[in-house]
Design a protein around this ligand. Structure first.
Ligand SMILES: CC(C)(COP(=O)(O)OP(=O)(O)OC[C@H]1O[C@@H](n2cnc3c(N)ncnc32)[C@H](O)[C@@H]1OP(=O)(O)O)[C@@H](O)C(=O)NCCC(=O)NCCS
Length: 329
């Protein structure tokens, strides 16, 4: 069983929606600016009491159904997240309990918006190595509590959601065939939540400075993002001896429509072969790629054997790309 095929997929976004027009009441911005500069029209945010494990569990339940598996069939639950329910235990441990996946191990992975890509690479390698047969991999984020809703640079961008895939050992040549992961040194401060963990515990002063919220240098992140996603994608395509023209679908991290368009243009991939759902969800960090993938699969945009290119970047600054062939079921 040398392959790790995606056999199930699911997504979930909380019911509460904040359209751009609602943000107009909170900060000096407007719908037109947000749409033209980012492509975002609305974002979903959690209800009080709803946490990352709840979103992940909803997406995972659908993914398990699609795969035709019971939770008890799973060997491992991984949650890629940068917004865990708790510092201890992992969000994956809570998802394992909520699903009843009592035969599975559980761990989180954090590579910010690249988390799903890093975890997909690791999970696929674990299955190919023969140590496990079935992994549930969720990308899930509750970013809204880490937003300073008075900061127009960031509050317009992010949303809460989850996506999930089931990976299974397979003798069919489906799943992730190549990946490239990286991180740019000395860029931590370009996109970070400065306070709230061991380096800078929360204090009254840090709360007053909103250091418990995302702070970002948007234009610098933008430049790095385009370059890193393109370079990583070309590297991966070279590994599998493919040209961009061979790609059936590009599924990029959804951070800004202009970033997605710039990446697709440089890869010479038409937007019709690019998944774009940023208008509905904004940037959902580690949930972004599995959410886009699940929506594309549900919309019939993925067929057995399709060649799919995934590309992401995020806090770190991390970057990642992967090439997979779609298995379906
Ligand atoms: C944040 C981002 C949308 C800003 O767009 P931009 O085109 O770079 O805009 P700038 O930051 O250059 O700002 C242009 C002007 O719009 C203003 N502006 C910024 N946010 C605004 C908002 N929400 N509404 C209205 N005006 C705004 C700025 O103050 C600036 O005004 P000035 O020219 O008078 O100084 C864009 O840089 C971006 O998406 N960066 C990447 C961020 C990202 O992806 N982060 C997550 C990584 S996973």
């Amino acid at each position: 069983m040398p392959y790790a095929a995606i056999t199930g997929w699911g997504h979930y976004a909380p019911e509460r929606v904040i359209p751009n027009t609602e943000l107009e009441q909170m900060v000096e911005t407007n719908d037109e600016w947000i749409r033209t500069r980012t492509g975002i029209q609305r974002r979903h945010v959690v209800a009080p009491g709803q946490a990352t494990s709840d979103l992940a569990t909803r997406a995972a339940t659908v993914a398990l159904e699609r795969a035709g598996l019971q939770a008890a069939d799973l060997d491992l639950v991984i949650v890629a997240t940068t917004s865990p329910d708790l510092l201890l235990p992992s969000t994956a441990a809570l998802v394992q309990t909520k699903l009843g996946a009592h035969n599975a191990g559980a761990m989180d992975m954090n590579a910010a918006c690249c988390g799903f890509m890093y975890a997909l690479s690791a999970a696929s390698a674990m299955i190919k190595g023969g140590g496990v047969q079935r992994i549930l991999l969720c990308g899930a984020e509750t970013i809204s509590p880490y937003i300073n809703w008075q900061d127009r640079n960031t509050c317009i961008l992010f949303g809460d959601a989850a996506g999930a895939v089931v990976l299974e050992a397979s003798d069919k040549p489906h799943g992730l065939h190549a990946y490239r992961l990286g991180a740019i040194p000395n860029t931590a401060e370009m996109l970070w939540i400065k306070a709230g963990a061991t380096l800078n515990p929360i204090t009254h002063a840090s709360l007053d400075r909103h250091e418990n919220c995302i702070q970002m240098n948007g234009s610098e992140v933008f430049k790095h993002a385009v370059r890193a996603m393109v370079d990583a994608s070309l590297d991966v395509l070279k590994q599998v001896d493919c040209n961009p023209a061979d790609i059936d679908l590009l599924i990029p991290h959804q951070a800004n429509l202009r970033i997605i368009e710039a990446v697709a243009k440089r890869l010479e991939l038409p937007l019709e072969r690019t998944v774009i759902n940023i208008q509905e969800y904004g940037n959902t960090s580690a949930a972004s790629i599995p959410l886009a993938l699940a929506e594309a699969a549900d919309a019939g945009r993925l067929h057995t054997g399709d060649k799919v290119l995934l590309a992401a970047f995020g806090g770190g600054l991390t970057w990642a790309a992967g090439f997979l062939t779609w298995g379906g079921r």
